[in-house]
Design a protein around this ligand. Structure first.
Ligand code: ADP
Ligand SMILES: Nc1ccn([C@@H]2O[C@H](COP(=O)(O)O)[C@@H](O)[C@H]2O)c(=O)n1
Ligand code: MG
Length: 482
């Protein structure tokens, strides 16, 4: 994904992610509003942008219609590249059989980009309808396209321009044999568009086939998914729809960073977050609920380790085919807050070795590595890096860089935290695309003091009891019942 797209995502993804919670009943006068930038105030959810390319009559529209049908409960719009054909001059119209409709220059790509930009920023656009018979764009009535959760861009050359390609979250290439495409084209153009068969074959050999070879086929390499047999391939379409559904349920940052995992939110998890974030929660309850959440994050993180298949004999004498845990493993905690996660890791992985890293923070950027104690053979182990809060990402980057310097492959590091700020996620995921981050919630951002907001204050102080006035804190009904 391109830098412009990433910057837009940063802007949008810094916004509140309520995950099913409503503000009804809350008295807004008592809620301190975080200081947020105007860009964040205008935040919107980023649509999931899908590109569908392939030769003419390969089945692109058919595939798109099948996806849309399966996503009937979502807001999905289809934008055809055809709508952006340049208007032909009188001269071109007079000699239309010499016009190359399959060349990238036949399309008004700037206008297409402008429409996509508007849709991505939540603005409706008017798109002309293209009439294949008259070769004209019907400006009246135009088609009004509203911003949606999923935008599908379809067209023979939709992957040609890198600026459009970079905006796409998923790229599909419909791969259908040339003879099938030609046969369908002949039927479509003669029966559907009342064209003369000689002219159709002439256009095919003069323009369509060379353009396919020179411009369309070379874009196949950009596809994330290649669908052979188009609409007949129900398995591929089901998988694509499943993937889109997963992505729609995720935080915007997960759409751009495949190495970021936010554990599935439930009301239990939200309840635990509510307690640990509440400034009135007692130290005892803070530790109890933080430990519960940490355990969930640790278990989720362990799920990302490689495994080997293992068969055992059960007491009934039957064979059970399962998996064996990854053996070469260690934890590394970033002192001091990270140490709060050690017990959960020890509880899950008996006898696990745990190393420590201390990074001193001076303001935002003055990071200094003060102390490290790591297992000697760390380069041969998978490392679970522990820190409950990911803020600016500066300490995390220092710690990860140290692990890599010690010979730990980037892909062997799983960074576990409870709360992440988008700024830290961007920094870590961009710097280390092969590492995995597992977190339980992503917050709005950082305040001017680089503290995560809404956040939960100084985790280490609250967990280890080094903050003050614990006695004044009240016990809530939920704390009593759970
Ligand atoms: N799997 C298929 N089997 C039979 N006909 C198909 C299939 N997929 C598409 N078609 C037909 O082929 C023609 C071109 O399909 P379409 O989806 O419009 O392709 P494209 O959008 O790539 O030009 C249409 O008439 C369509 O009905
Ligand atoms: N006036 C026109 C405009 C375009 N074409 C052909 O349409 C093909 C693209 O449309 P698909 O739905 O098949 O993607 C392309 O091959 C153009 O040659 C046309 O024939 N007349
Ligand atoms: Mg089509």
């Amino acid at each position: 994904m391109g830098s412009a797209a990433v910057e837009d995502m940063i802007e949008a993804s810094s916004g509140v992610h309520f995950s099913g919670f409503h503000m009804d009943g809350l008295d807004s006068r008592h809620i301190k509003k975080p200081m947020i930038s105007p860009a964040t105030e205008n935040m919107h959810n980023q649509p999931f942008l899908i590109g569908v390319a392939g030769g003419a009559a390969s089945g692109k529209t058919t595939v798109c219609e099948m996806i849309i049908q399966q996503l009937h409960d979502q807001r999905v719009v289809l934008v055809n590249q055809d709508s952006f054909y340049h208007k032909l001059t009188e001269e071109e119209l007079a000699r239309v059989h010499e016009y190359n409709f399959d060349h990238p220059d036949a399309f008004d790509t700037e206008k297409l980009l402008d429409s996509i930009d508007n849709l991505r920023h939540g603005r409706a656009v008017d798109i002309p309808k293209y009439d294949f018979k008259s070769y004209k764009l019907d400006v009246f009535p135009v088609r009004r396209v509203n911003p949606s959760d999923v935008i599908i861009l379809e067209g023979i050359l939709i992957f040609h321009d890198p600026r459009i390609r970079e905006l796409m979250n998923m790229k599909i290439f419909v791969d259908t044999d040339a003879d099938v495409r030609l046969a369908r084209r002949i039927t479509r153009d003669t029966v559907g568009k009342s064209r003369d068969i000689g002219a159709v074959l002439d256009q095919y050999s003069k323009f369509v086939k060379p353009a396919f070879d020179d411009f369309i086929l070379p874009t196949k390499k950009y596809a994330d998914i290649i669908i052979p047999r188009g609409g007949d391939n129900h398995v591929a379409i089901d998988l694509i729809v499943q993937h889109i559904r997963t992505k729609l349920g995720q935080h915007d940052l997960c759409k751009i960073y495949p190495n970021l995992y936010v554990i599935q939110s439930t009301f239990q998890i939200r309840g635990m977050h509510t307690l640990i974030r509440d400034s009135q929660t007692t130290k005892h309850d803070f530790v109890f609920y933080a430990d519960r959440l940490i355990r969930l994050v640790v278990e989720h993180g362990l799920g990302h380790l490689p495994f080997t298949e293992k068969q055992v004999i059960t007491p009934t004498g039957s064979v059970y085919t399962g998996v064996d845990f990854c053996k070469r493993l260690c934890g590394v905690s970033i002192i001091r807050s990270g140490e709060s996660m050690e017990n959960a890791l020890r509880a899950c992985c008996k006898g696990i070795k745990i190393g420590k890293i201390l990074i001193h923070r001076e303001g935002d950027n003055g990071q200094q590595l003060i102390y490290e104690k790591l297992p000697q053979d760390i380069s041969k182990r998978h490392v679970l890096l522990l820190d409950p809060i990911l803020g600016t990402g500066n300490s995390a980057v220092q710690a990860i860089s140290l692990l890599i310097k010690k010979g730990v492959p980037e892909s062997n590091i799983i960074f576990l935290n409870l709360i992440s700020a988008p700024q830290g996620v961007h920094m870590v995921c961009k710097s280390f695309p092969r590492l995995k981050i597992v977190t339980s919630e992503i917050d709005i951002g950082l305040n001017k003091d680089f503290r995560v907001i809404p956040g939960m204050g100084e985790f280490g102080d609250r967990y280890f009891g080094t903050d003050d006035d614990d006695d004044q804190k009240v016990v809530t009904p939920m704390q009593q019942s759970c």
